[in-house]
Write a protein that binds this ligand. Structure first.
Ligand code: ARG
Length: 566
């Protein structure tokens, strides 16, 4: 229920001559200090029409105001401060979440409209980087967010499985590769071959043209080239899939760059027809001067197409296939220029829908503290990070809950959850440090802290000998103490948070919501003896159960598992 709206309506009985309900609604604000109530209305705007000073206006309004959801109203200077009726509101909010359960906060505002999300999109034959991890988990969380708002998310893994580098890779494999080695350790081996190609290139520059020739063959469908490429792709995908499985993330489409190989002629045709393609030193470009951008290189001298050519084809395909409401591309900020060019080309082609394309950027992760045992070189392998996090989680569990029966399983949920949550709790644009010592902890602002708080709530219910079925939704679970009130308000604000998370494409809003609920709950539990006899005991238990539901739903949206015990 929207209490702000109710108060706006109730205030409007006194103000309808001067302000619309909508205007009143937008003027109502959350007071900065808790003592100033739950909502405040500033009266400055009315001074002119009433020919009174704002403080007088506030005082006058407070005398006449009445509302079922407000227990008291106070005029403080130019502000009118409203105190919601705790008993009334808590009964309403708890009733709602107890009956909706995991559907709490869901809406149909999206009306089933499609939102394709380009996410993860690692490059074949190369290790998945921390950047790809960010893209994967941010994309997955955004998909869950828009899904909850009634849109239809389409998760697309736009694999980097095409491009001149595959000509080089085939060359390297043919010169130095061993089938057996690639089979046992595909990505590491292929990556090594690729690195070696570049090393040998220093001595033997003619390798470059050999590589280019192999890519030309690949684009032309040469059997040997295609067979090798297909094999590299398959082996790489197998490795990526073990990570996706571990993260519990699935995709609706695996159409990567290669899928668009036969769809690029059309792009060139349309560009030619619209007279946008210009020859520049033998290459084909689209000039973008009017956007203050460098020309977009569409076709190289040797006829090879480029990353942007495939992205144009992919955008056309997505618009046609999904008629999207928005198209999201969760890709690092180092590609801002690329997406600016992409949107500019589409705009120049006359496609207004380029405005619905959003490049969802994110910051860089740097790793410190924990000494990561990387398998090779400087690249930190995601798998190693996850393994190390799980190891640490297991140590913690052994220490805190040695009798837990499914320790290994819980350690996996806690370790992986810690990494995912940490990734999602910061504003996505921020760069952040990655320190496993700090994030695999049951205290502090961590994923395990949220998981632990939920498990704790469940154990309280167990101790009280109640379970989910004992909470009847139409019972009046009314709470009046000061510690439950912040929790009630946080639960109540969930759908606002969801809408904002979509508006700003910011999953951290949900992660912060989870942390705030967990913190408020732990303060509540430290101060209120939930298991003691008390007139509000049933309501308190209903609150405990609601917190478990709320945290589970926040975590689910973030893609983090919630173990019942840990
Ligand atoms: N494969 C690219 C990379 O790893 C990311 C692809 C992003 N998506 C896109 N449509 N360009 O850098």
């Amino acid at each position: 229920m929207d209490y702000k709206k109710i108060i706006a309506e109730d205030l409007s009985t006194q103000l309808s001559d001067h302000l619309t309900i909508d205007k009143i609604y937008h003027l109502l604000e959350k007071p900065k200090i808790e003592e100033h109530g739950d909502l405040a209305f500033p009266t400055f705007q009315l001074a002119k029409v009433f020919r009174k000073n704002p403080a007088e206006i506030a005082a006058d309004l407070s005398k006449e105001f009445s509302s079922e959801v407000v227990s008291s109203v106070k005029a403080v200077g130019p502000y009118l401060n409203f105190y919601l009726d705790k008993g009334e509101v808590s009964a309403e909010v708890l009733g709602e979440i107890l009956s909706a359960k995991e559907n709490y906060g869901a809406s149909d505002i999206g009306n089933g409209k499609n939102i394709p999300l380009d996410m993860s999109s690692p490059n074949i034959a190369k290790p998945m980087s921390m950047g790809h991890l960010r893209s994967t988990v941010i994309g997955n969380a955004l998909a869950n967010i828009v899904d909850k708002l009634g849109y239809n998310p389409i998760k697309i893994n736009y694999l980097g499985d095409w491009g001149t580098q595959f000509g080089r890779l085939i060359t390297a494999y043919k010169l130095w590769g061993e089938e057996e080695k690639v089979r046992t350790n595909p990505i590491a081996e292929l990556n090594e071959l690729y690195v070696r190609f570049h090393e040998e290139l220093e001595e033997e520059p003619e390798l470059e043209s050999v590589g280019r020739e192999w890519f030309r063959k690949l684009e032309a469908g040469d059997e040997e080239a295609v067979q090798l490429w297909r094999w590299f792709r398959e082996e790489s995908l197998n490795e990526f899939n073990t990570i996706y499985e571990r993260l519990g993330i699935t995709f609706d489409s695996m159409n990567g760059e290669a899928f668009f190989n036969d769809k690029m002629d059309e792009v060139v045709d349309i560009l030619t027809e619209k007279e946008l393609l210009i020859e520049d030193q033998g290459a084909q470009v689209v000039r973008l001067d009017e956007y203050d951008l460098q020309p977009a290189l569409i076709k190289k001298q040797d006829g090879a197409t480029l990353y942007i050519t495939r992205d144009i084809a992919a955008a056309l395909y997505r618009k046609r296939t999904y008629d999207f409401d928005q198209a999201l591309y969760v890709v690092g900020q180092d590609q801002i220029y690329h997406f600016n060019q992409l949107k500019a080309v589409l705009n120049k082609m006359g496609y207004q829908w380029e405005e619905d394309i959003h490049h969802i950027i994110f910051g860089l992760i740097s790793i410190d503290g924990a000494k990561m045992s990387t398998r090779r070189g400087k690249v930190v392998l995601l798998e190693d990070v996850l393994n190390e996090a799980v190891e640490r989680a297991l140590l913690l569990i052994n220490e805190k809950n040695p009798t837990l029966s499914n320790k290994e399983e819980v350690a996996e949920q806690v370790g992986v959850g810690a990494v995912l949550f940490h990734d999602l709790q910061h504003d996505r644009r921020n760069d952040f440090n990655f320190n496993l010592d700090e994030i695999v902890q049951f205290e502090g602002e961590t994923g395990p802290y949220v998981q632990y708080t939920r498990a704790r709530a469940l154990s309280i219910l167990k101790k009280a000998n109640v379970d989910a079925n004992d909470f009847i939704k139409d019972q009046n679970y009314s709470l009046t103490d000061q510690y439950s009130w912040p929790i009630i308000k946080l639960i109540q604000s969930f759908s606002d948070n969801l809408a904002r998370a979509h508006q700003e494409f910011e999953p951290s809003i949900i992660a912060k919501h989870a942390l705030h609920v967990a913190q408020a709950f732990n303060r509540f539990y430290a101060n209120i003896r939930v298991l003691d006899d008390h007139p509000e005991k049933d309501s308190r238990l209903a609150l405990v159960y609601s917190v478990a539901l709320m945290l589970e739903e926040d975590l689910r949206i973030l893609g983090v598992q919630a173990p019942d015990e840990m």
